[in-house]
Design a protein around this ligand. Structure first.
Ligand SMILES: NC(=O)c1ccc[n+]([C@@H]2O[C@H](COP(=O)([O-])OP(=O)(O)OC[C@H]3O[C@@H](n4cnc5c(N)ncnc54)[C@H](O)[C@@H]3O)[C@@H](O)[C@H]2O)c1
Length: 316
């Protein structure tokens, strides 16, 4: 790792794109004591970013700020080249479109300082395709967070064919250094790993709507009031290790495996995502949400997430 900066020498992080994910990353990096250079081409982005940070800061204070952490360490830049040119690390959060990200990468390619690492938040694009034409492609990696990144610990780290393996190690180490829980994904596949798991679950949740298995509210409760609670504590393989009782995973495998396999056989094909289906789910969500607006729901999610994270920390 000799060519790349020691983690404690990273001072300034550039954030490109400050929508849902970029704003949350910005708040997190500031809370960890970094200077942040932010850029976004959208209208009103500076006020929106400031407003997001003001809302997230009390939550980050609850988790604990790094000494010296200060929201005043945020600089707003008017172009991406200026933002990356003084950065030790870049977190890119542009819209999830190959053409948009490729154009952006082309612009900043040679502006990236010699030791800087560039990490993309992409939820599922293939990095090898995004960096195919770049001169500095060996310093690009995926660092895929979960919404909201200022609270959720997971970051999936994936390299492109062109990525220097030392850069993947560096990114793993850096995310850990700043308090995240990075996992290394060994192969490039659409959706990485966690989003594929989510997509499999959502396919079934959608199939349940199409086939009128239960109301949208009850389908939500089927996870949040049941298996979702366990999944916050242990992953799916470890949960099933306990489903087998004292016989462990082998017992589960022989006892429940054949049933699961027969259910899988009924899960062929995908529900078609039609406008009518979208409207049906939206109606169900409106009924469940009642008077609660998106802002109210976000605040509720974050308040409960903070409590869960604290409980998990206190019980390890
Ligand atoms: N929303 C999620 O749950 C989530 C979770 C993890 C990762 N991601 C990934 O993060 C990235 C951003 O997603 P989002 O949900 O924040 O989207 P978003 O639409 O909320 O924000 C995108 C931002 O990019 C800006 N933008 C537009 N053109 C741009 C350009 N050429 N260069 C830079 N920025 C540009 C927009 O003005 C906007 O502020 C995507 O790659 C997405 O896959 C999203």
């Amino acid at each position: 790792m000799a060519d790349y900066l020691p983690f404690d020498q990273v001072r300034r992080i550039a954030v490109l794109g400050t929508g849902t994910i970029g704003a949350s990353w910005t708040a997190y990096f500031l809370a960890r004591g970094y200077a942040v250079s932010a850029w976004d081409p959208g209208d009103g982005w500076k006020a929106n970013l400031r407003e997001f940070i003001d809302r997230a800061w009390p939550q980050l204070q609850t988790i604990g700020l790094e000494p010296g952490a200060d929201t005043a360490a945020l600089t707003f830049l008017d172009d991406p080249v200026s933002a990356v040119s003084t950065a030790d690390f870049v977190q890119e959060n542009a819209p999830e479109r190959l053409d948009i990200k490729k154009e952006l990468y082309g612009k900043i390619d040679y502006a990236l300082p010699a030791q800087a690492i560039f990490s993309s938040s992409t939820s599922g694009l293939i990095l090898s395709e995004l960096v195919a034409d770049l001169g500095t492609s060996h310093r690009f990696v995926v660092g895929h967070p979960f919404n909201p990144p200022h609270l959720i610990p997971l970051v999936e780290v994936v390299g492109a064919r062109q990525t220097d393996p030392a850069v993947i190690d560096w990114a793993m180490g850096f995310y850990k250094h700043i308090g995240k829980h990075p996992i290394r994904i060994r192969k490039e596949v659409p959706g990485h790993l966690a989003n594929r798991l989510q997509a499999a679950l959502w396919r079934e949740a959608t199939w349940a709507v199409v086939n009128d298995l239960a109301s949208v509210e009850d389908i939500n409760a089927a996870i949040s009031q049941g298996p979702g609670l366990r999944l916050a504590v242990m992953g799916p393989h470890m949960i099933f290790n306990l489903t087998g009782g004292k016989g462990g995973f082998e017992k589960f495998y022989s006892h429940f495996g054949p049933a699961m396999e027969s259910w899988w056989q009924t899960m062929q094909g995908e529900p078609e995502l039609t406008p009518e289906l979208c409207a049906q789910i939206v109606d169900g969500l409106r009924e469940e949400a009642g008077e609660r607006t998106i802002n109210d729901l976000e605040a509720e999610r974050d308040r409960k997430l903070l409590a869960v994270l604290k409980a998990l920390r206190d019980t390890t």
